[in-house]
Design a protein around this ligand. Structure first.
Ligand code: ADP
Ligand code: MG
Length: 146
């Protein structure tokens, strides 16, 4: 899929999560990185939670805004680890190194979902999967892949 634009309400979040997961094809050279852009409240965390559920995460996935990064072990997926990053509070990508990002990104068994990827653009793989969310109305969002 090269281009996609889908408007959705929260009750269709699972279908949207399926669409995004279909784009997350494992790479042999390292982790699969999903860069999720969109304004505050666009639904980046919500879709990541839905993706987590589909990959078998049973624990509550809280927003990593304050901790920057959260890990979830996966048992029922091709990926072994889901890494959820919120780069909003970072001043530079150098801070990611102290969180072990280099090791995480080198492992093909990891799926790394990044909110506010523009904050750490210089350390993202060039072939990362880029998805945007747009806030249309109170309960309506758009998923955009270009
Ligand atoms: P972000 O992580 O992008 O800041 P969140 O996922 O934390 O955004 O918040 C999105 C908020 O919008 C949630 O409270 C969610 O319930 C609500 N919401 C309403 N409609 C939708 C929708 N169609 N898709 C995603 N979230 C929605
Ligand atoms: Mg968020």
């Amino acid at each position: 899929i090269l281009h996609m634009r889908k408007e959705f309400t929260i009750d269709h979040i699972e279908t949207i999560a399926d669409d995004v997961l279909a784009l997350c094809v494992p790479r042999t050279s390292g982790a699969t990185v999903l860069a999720l852009t969109g304004d505050l409240g666009a639904g980046k965390t919500t879709i990541t939670q839905s993706i987590g559920k589909k990959l078998g995460v049973t624990e509550n996935m809280i927003s990593p805004t304050f901790v920057i990064m959260k890990h979830y072990r996966l048992k029922t997926s091709d990926y072994r680890l889901l890494v959820h990053i919120d780069a909003y509070r970072l001043d530079s990508s150098a801070e990611m190194k102290t969180l072990g990002f280099d090791t995480l990104i080198a492992d093909p068994e990891n799926l790394i979902v990044i909110e506010w990827p523009e904050r750490i653009a210089d350390i993202l793989p060039t072939d990362c999967i880029r998805v945007s969310l747009e806030h249309l109305e109170e309960n309506k969002r758009a998923l955009i892949v270009e």
